[in-house]
Design a protein around this ligand. Sequence first.
Ligand code: FEO
Length: 403
Amino acid sequence: MSETPFQAIRVTDRVYWVGAIDWSLRDFHGYLTSRGTTYNAYLVVADKVTLVDTVKRPFLDEMLSRIASVVDISRIDTVVSLHAEMDHSGCLPELIEVARPSKVLTSKAGVGVLDAHYQLRAPVEAVVNGAEVNLGGARFVFHETRMLHWPESMFCWLPDDQVLMSQDAFGMHLASQERFVDQVPTDATSYETAKYFANILMPYSDLMGRMLVKLGDTVKQTKVIATDHGPIWREGIEDLLKRYETWCARRPSRKLVIAYDTMWQSTAAMASAIAEGASSAGVRVAVMKLGLAHRSDIATELLDAGGLLVGSPNLNGQMFPTVADLLTYLKSLKPKGLVGGAFGSYGWNAGVAEQVSETLKELKVESVGEPLSVKFVPRDEHLGKCRAFGELTARKIIEVAGG
Ligand code: FEO
């Protein structure tokens, strides 16, 4: 390998990681990326050289440097675009100017999506779904994965290398100098894998479940899952797939998420009393105050939860802005199979808990009972009702989750 400022990392004998590490990313369209991320691109060096995906545009030089540590950039014969979102396609125009590849391969839908983004100075060709293509001595099998999570998304399978390149699926937002999941502390990779599924793939979990079934035989042979974000999987693949199957099947557990905000601690006191009741009735409780807990971490907690209660104070007759933010975000993620309800405090305008309750119905959260409201400051009798509301919710969760 050549001495370049940034070095490629060998994944298999002829597959190299040539991506970029973004230590400072903290927001990925509304998702808190506390640990940064990576943009993964891969070089397959056979008789000819193929580049799979690129990186976000500001990281062009880093990617080019890593490629140059393995081969002269002009040796890239084909570029494969598995996913056209700009964190993976952003460098295509510049890369094509520098490398002059013979073609760009993408899915049938990818041709139009790339055309809507760029005027690429290389032929863009569609691959046939399920087809095996020999690219200069390396076999690639392409599988369309429409709406996972864009319409043009696809996986590619390298049968000779037993590598599955899975673009956004199975990934995580985690920046690390280590390139493999087994080199990074498990608590970080475990949480970030779940957070990624919850915030990127949850709306498409039925599709993802069908994809896992369709690609079952391929996935079973996979030695490496090379994602577009975060470290690469070469160990723990069986456990990863089981976690994905569980999330896709949406199996609620005996867990209640209580998300709330508060102005003068009244709604906070209600949340605490509800948590006491739910816990005493046998469910695990995650109490998350908005403004301290990020919407994307609440979504992550919901991944295996059986229940969701949302509390809001009244602000001039409307739910609190942070509560509206959370509910709007959850509408886009479409969590399934939750029971729950609403609670909150008010001064002179009742009805905010009802507003929250209506939105939860839009989210198809099965109501456990009427919204619970308290005027100004809850007294013991009100907190007793909150505790009972928690117990009621817990019983419903246990009924649904079983076991
Ligand atoms: Fe990592 Fe959908 O882009």
